[in-house]
Design a protein. Sequence first.
Length: 109
Amino acid sequence: MAISRSDRAKQFMAFDALKGLQEAYRLKELEFDERKDLSEETLKELDKDFNNILVGDYVTIKYYKNRKYIKETGVITKKDYANKKIYLDKENIINISDIIEISKSVNIF
């Protein structure tokens, strides 16, 4: 019995026996930032900057997330002191302890 050419070719197609393994390898190859320890002076300065911003202010925040430092700009929509979080543009929730830099920005819109 003869096998069609396309059926024969299917026998030699790549097979991923461990689904997700290749993706895990790719993630492992990525470079990650090491979390910085902040000095007492820097922490005091951050605390001062944090207390000077208000809900509605347009700010730029640099913070640590998923083993990388991210810089985002947006409007402060909520400051949650009890849970130590800050809300940027409603959808971004940032832990205050992850912030390494915060400054007021000029909104050009």
